[in-house]
Design a protein around this ligand. Structure first.
Ligand SMILES: [Zn+2]
Ligand SMILES: [Zn+2]
Length: 134
């Protein structure tokens, strides 16, 4: 399936591949500007939207509501601490089999999935506990 991407979409996709991490639309805009590739913020958002619907870019929304974009190859999940915001990547993915089942049951074309766990990290648990004891 060959898609017709715009030049802006190609540039953003290239940038995400180079950076190899999750980044906000605002930061994509700044990164492009640092590379002397000026693109309007509205174009960045529009391009990200198109890439998202194509399934090559995935979005992760943080607890503070900020959306982070990355290339969709990685199947990475996180333990996110609600207090300090630390995001610990976990390597296991328990849902691959489920994805196949869902595809068969609903004929739904799944591009990717997200799976996140929220709570308190070890350090924050200690701080929380000490705080409560006082
Ligand atoms: Zn924490
Ligand atoms: Zn997974």
């Amino acid at each position: 399936m060959k898609s017709q991407r715009t030049r802006s979409q190609d540039r953003i996709l290239d940038l995400l591949k180079i950076l190899n991490r999750s980044i906000s639309a605002q930061d994509i805009y700044l990164e492009l500007r640092n590379r002397s590739e000026n693109m309007g913020l509205a174009t960045v958002y529009r391009s990200l939207e198109a890439l998202k619907l194509e399934g090559v870019v995935q979005v992760r929304t943080l607890a503070n509501g900020e959306s982070l974009y990355s290339t969709a190859q990685e199947d990475r999940h996180h333990l996110t601490c609600l207090q300090c915001g630390e995001s610990i990547p976990i390597n296991e993915c328990p849902v691959h089999e489920l994805e196949t089942q869902l595809h068969q049951a609903y004929q739904f074309k799944i591009f990717y999935h997200t799976l996140e766990f929220f709570g308190l990290c070890t350090q924050c648990q200690l701080a929380h506990h000490n705080g409560a004891a006082e």
